[in-house]
Design a protein around this ligand. Structure first.
Ligand code: MN
Length: 318
């Protein structure tokens, strides 16, 4: 494919490369960007940085995760590659590196992607950016070994909720079969990223559980956590993962809404839907994005005001 040939040419021509991903990074963001980082290093690219300001602890077991940087003082990389990120705004802290780079590439799977790179390789049908990356690495003839495969698997299992979301395809299992053949340990990786919870994450989920309200005849689930909760339990990045699914998994719920406070950044609203509502339409109204059944946005207003607004939007679509 021409776009991929052009991307490889940019990689070959670049002396310095930076890899970036979206704010509040999840397993797909970290796993896919780390897979690319490890692949490009194996390819012989030594002057390369992977910048993730707030990397969740859960993913620190991945190969070379210790090399992830929070920031650098380089503002003019030859090439910036954004992974799993739908828009320039969502790069957040990474935006300055992207804007300062000589050339830019976007590799993603969000239907809401704004095509903000010089070159954009986006497949909205892929349930995880990791799947897009497998296609990219195969086309570059870059070998996927056990270590890189483990990074990619983390992306697939987190973005598909452990192979259970609607976006999963036969290809998803074919990709995973390929990773198994490379020696990737699926059950161990699955347990580490989807099942084991830190104590602080458990405490946060317990509070969210207690506060969960079922509204509109049980069609809408709503819950939230505050900055005080985070302080009380000593939570770190990523501890909220999975809380929004508590509501979605209750029988009869169509839309699950989870609001959490983010220090210095107002509120982050996560939306999950079962069948009737495409929640990315709602997220787009507030400058966010995502997928039809999983989306989110940030907003700087009081919890009560946000709750009222989001509920009225959801009711409109129900
Ligand atoms: Mn993703």
């Amino acid at each position: 494919m021409k776009t991929l040939e052009n991307i490889l040419e940019e990689i070959n021509n670049a002396n310095s490369i930076v890899i970036l991903t979206h704010e509040n990074p999840d397993g797909d963001a970290v796993g896919t960007s780390l897979a690319l980082y490890n692949s490009l290093k194996a390819y012989g690219k030594n002057n390369i940085d992977l910048i993730i300001p707030e990397c969740p602890k859960t993913f620190m077991f991945l190969p070379n995760a210790g090399e992830i940087k929070k920031e650098t003082d380089i503002d003019n990389y030859d090439l910036a590659i954004a992974i799993d990120c739908a828009s320039l705004e969502m790069l957040n802290g990474g935006r300055k590196y992207f804007e300062g780079a000589e050339s830019t590439v976007v590799i993603d799977h969000h239907g809401t992607n704004t095509m903000y790179g010089d070159l954009n390789f986006v497949n909205p049908n892929a349930p995880a950016c990791s799947e897009v990356m497998i296609v990219v690495l195969n086309s570059f003839n870059m070998a996927i070994d056990k270590e890189i495969g483990t990074c990619l698997l983390v992306g697939i299992i987190t973005d598909t909720g452990g192979f259970k979301y609607q976006g999963v395809t036969a290809e998803t299992f074919e990709f995973v079969a390929g990773l198994l053949n490379k020696g990737v340990n699926v059950s161990e990786t699955y347990r580490k990223v989807l099942q084991v919870k830190t104590r602080s994450a458990f405490e946060l989920a317990r509070v969210a559980n207690e506060r969960l309200e079922l509204l509109d005849d049980g069609k809408i689930a709503f819950t939230y956590v505050t900055l005080e909760d985070y302080e009380k339990f000593g939570n770190t990045y990523g501890d909220h993962e999975g809380i929004v699914d508590i509501g979605r998994d209750i029988e009869g719920v169509e839309v699950s809404i989870f609001v959490r406070a983010v220090k210095g950044k107002g509120l982050k609203v996560s939306l999950r839907s079962n069948e009737k509502v495409d929640v990315d339409d709602i997220a787009l109204l507030y400058g966010g994005g995502g997928h039809p059944k999983a989306a989110g946005f940030s907003i700087n207003e009081s919890l009560e005001a946000v709750k009222e607004k989001v509920l009225s939007e959801v009711r409109h679509y129900l």
